[in-house]
Design a protein around this ligand. Sequence first.
Ligand SMILES: *Cc1c(COP(=O)(O)O)cnc(C)c1O
Length: 465
Amino acid sequence: MADLIRYYSTNRNVPPATLAEALLQGQAADRGLFLPERFPQLTADELGSLAGQPYRDVAFAVLRPYAAGVFDDATLRALCDDAYDYDVPLEHVTGRRHLLRLDRGPTASFKDFAARMMARWMSVLMRQRGGELVILTATSGDTGSAVAHAYCGVERVRVVVLFPPAEVSDRQRKQMTTIGGNVTTIAVDGQFDDCQAMVKQAFADPALACIRLSSANSINIGRLLPQSVYYVYVYVNLAQLGGRDARPTHIGEPVVMCVPSGNFGDMMGAIIARRMGIPIDCIVIATNANDEVPNYLRTGQYRKISPSRVCISNAMNVGHPSNLARLVDVYGGWMDETGLVRQPADLERMRRDLYAVSIADDETRATIKDAYQRYGVILEPHGAVGWAGLEHFLNDRPESADHLAVCVETAHPAKFPEEIQATIGVSPEVPPSLAGLEQRRETYERMPARYEPFRDWLLARFAQS
Ligand SMILES: *Cc1c(COP(=O)(O)O)cnc(C)c1O
């Protein structure tokens, strides 16, 4: 049992937790974020043996050491088989540049990968422990639907999703409001920031101590660990990809991974994969006009953006990424829960490992157009921010022009039909996961953007007398 992985808080004011505790608590009691005490190593032999294996088998191999002592092998294997029953296509685009499409899950964004595993983990834990868990989530679109879908029908877990009706697309709303059962959606008469503030206040409210609350946002370590899997998966499978001018690759060859980023949970997945031994020699972090992290890397001074800037890549409209404290921590610094850097990170090493760039909407649109005209590839706004970021990196470092590179596409283009239609005159084919939404019946509650009515509603609904 000595080699079980435990999870420490970035504020280091609570003892390390087991994975079970970290999952159920979400945020640590000292308001820090959980990180694993060590990163198990994947040897070249192990990586070689994972090449060509189904995604679910790679997930099992990567997650096994993190889950040891909490989920036995048979349980974890069954959960991986059940969660990952969809495709993970890797496309060759040009030269040695590739696109990893993470949009084939049931809600057509990469958030399915993590939400599905986290929901299954929590489901097992709640069956063992009894009682009832209430998960509160504020969403600007994709998180709400991925979480609602992943937790739908999970016993002993109820989910409450708060969303700002004016900021989510029709399709995004219908993906949340047509589920029902143990999932309740609330349209808050306000903005995303209001939804988030209401959820935060609920977590801190002693009057709600009688309800067991948890979070499914990417502050939960359960959202990050599963997001390391696809970086391992794509790396071991790169060699198998053809393409006219793509040369074969071998295990050990360095790769550039490009991640369109908002709250930096996806990027933390790449950091974890790198720490486990995937030779990622640079992670390209592409943000939209919310450029607080590119500025931080450039100047060494961190300043959040409030309110966050509205861009067409709406899932990345984040002015203070919740996972930044984790990034600062793995580079030897300390950022507290308010965003204050209490101890500086090793900026030199960060700048060597990471390349951060901000892409404005006009360049995002130009990239959608360019990728379609030159390569016949349809990107949606988030993936286009990523692709543009990769091009900046490759132009900036001519010696890297022939470097093996992967950009992740985080959503399906059919989630943004108006934008794609307006930019390239094509309407993206609707995947089965999004088909039939129009006909389903919507149910949701409405609430003003004030905390008290929300608290009373939670008490009336969930408090055990
Ligand atoms: C959430 C989301 C992102 C940003 O991911 P983070 O982990 O928050 O950085 C990017 N693209 C899409 C489509 C998303 O839904």
